[in-house]
Design a protein around this ligand. Structure first.
Ligand SMILES: Cc1cc2nc3c(=O)[nH]c(=O)nc-3n(C[C@H](O)[C@H](O)[C@H](O)COP(=O)(O)OP(=O)(O)OC[C@H]3O[C@@H](n4cnc5c(N)ncnc54)[C@H](O)[C@@H]3O)c2cc1C
Length: 219
């Protein structure tokens, strides 16, 4: 897998040693969960919208209501999409050296609309099955009207970077002798137990697709 080209825009200036441009690292962060933020302009003003993304090969996808201002505006410009995981607090011996362990990706590009309904449905299947493997085929099929009301966007993963911090605090050498506790507080996002809704037949088992959910899915 070829690395992403380092551009003037994507080159890390601060803490550049924490940066990565290889697709393996970038894909692993993109695939670790569905939450992303898409930044774009409406009438020259910056907006940043939280949404879900999924990846297939070297493209990233997200969706929205066909009526969404994000959809209408995002396809007319270059957007910036970010994915971030907080992996822990880094607790140092001085306020200045407190930090965070994290994994993040920032991508730049121009999204395109998947205009073919059948292709869009295929992408939405990837989205649903990516979170709950096999669930799409167990659902009532999407109606034509639902498909029309849903727009799928796609963007090539060509320009961007990953940035990762891990490990202990880095204190000033003379501060290590101070009697101050320092270390890390790991943070993880975990799923709870599935809760059936009030109208689900209580004799029904939780489906395999839901049982198979896990954050950080790599398959
Ligand atoms: C939860 C969290 C908390 C943070 N807290 C701080 C903080 O308190 N202080 C601080 O200085 N920084 C913090 N960072 C790092 C922050 O995201 C930036 O990397 C950093 O501030 C440098 O910003 P800059 O504009 O100087 O980036 P530059 O190095 O100028 O950015 C240039 C290019 O590098 C790439 N890049 C930069 N940052 C990232 C990133 N995070 N992920 C992916 N690509 C990136 C992009 O391609 C960007 O266009 C935090 C990050 C996270 C995830």
């Amino acid at each position: 897998m070829a690395d992403l080209e380092v551009t003037e825009r994507s080159r890390l200036r601060r803490s550049h040693e924490r940066g990565a441009f290889d697709r393996e690292t970038i894909n692993a962060i993109l695939d670790a969960g569905p939450l992303c933020h898409v930044a774009y302009l409406i009438d020259g003003k910056v907006h940043c919208l939280p949404t879900f993304h999924w990846r297939v090969g070297n493209r990233i996808y997200w969706h929205g209501s066909a009526a969404s201002r994000m959809i209408k505006n995002a396809v007319q410009q270059e957007i910036c999409l970010t994915v971030t995981y907080l992996d822990g607090f880094v607790i140092a011996r001085s306020a200045m050296h407190h930090s965070v362990n994290f994994r993040s990706v920032m991508l730049f590009g121009k999204p395109e609309i998947i205009s073919d309904d059948e292709a869009a449905a295929g992408h939405l299947k990837n989205f649903v099955d990516g979170i709950f493997p096999g669930r799409w085929d167990t659902l009532r099929p999407m109606s034509d009207q639902e498909l029309k009301a849903t727009t799928v966007l796609s963007m090539a993963i060509e320009e961007g970077a990953a940035k990762i911090r891990s490990g202990d605090p880095v204190d000033d050498e003379e501060d290590y002798a101070l009697p101050i506790w320092a270390g890390t507080l790991p943070i993880q996002m975990v799923a709870g137990d599935p809760v059936p809704d009030a109208r689900t037949d209580t004799s029904m088992e939780v489906p395999e697709s839901v049982k198979k959910f896990r954050l950080g899915r790599a398959d």
